[in-house]
Write a protein of this length. Structure first.
Length: 67
């Protein structure tokens, strides 16, 4: 398993966290997602190789910025 931590801007509440988590869990290979709006991070646990650009694009598609 591989873990990836991304800095995400624009999450301001638990609802934002849930949107990010639910969106990323639709990606094949993503095992778990923990978003934290207070520190602006998203931790993604991968069960198989997933290109980081796919994860970033999914976050940006729902309205958040990945830094």
């Amino acid at each position: 398993m591989k873990e990836l931590v991304l800095n995400v801007e624009g999450m301001v509440c638990n609802g934002c966290e849930n949107r990010v988590q639910n969106a990323l869990k639709t990606i094949d290979g993503v095992e778990d997602v923990v978003a934290n709006h207070e520190n602006g991070t998203v931790k993604v646990t991968l069960g198989k190789e997933v290109d980081e650009s796919v994860i970033k694009e999914k976050i940006e598609d729902i309205g958040f910025d990945v830094k």
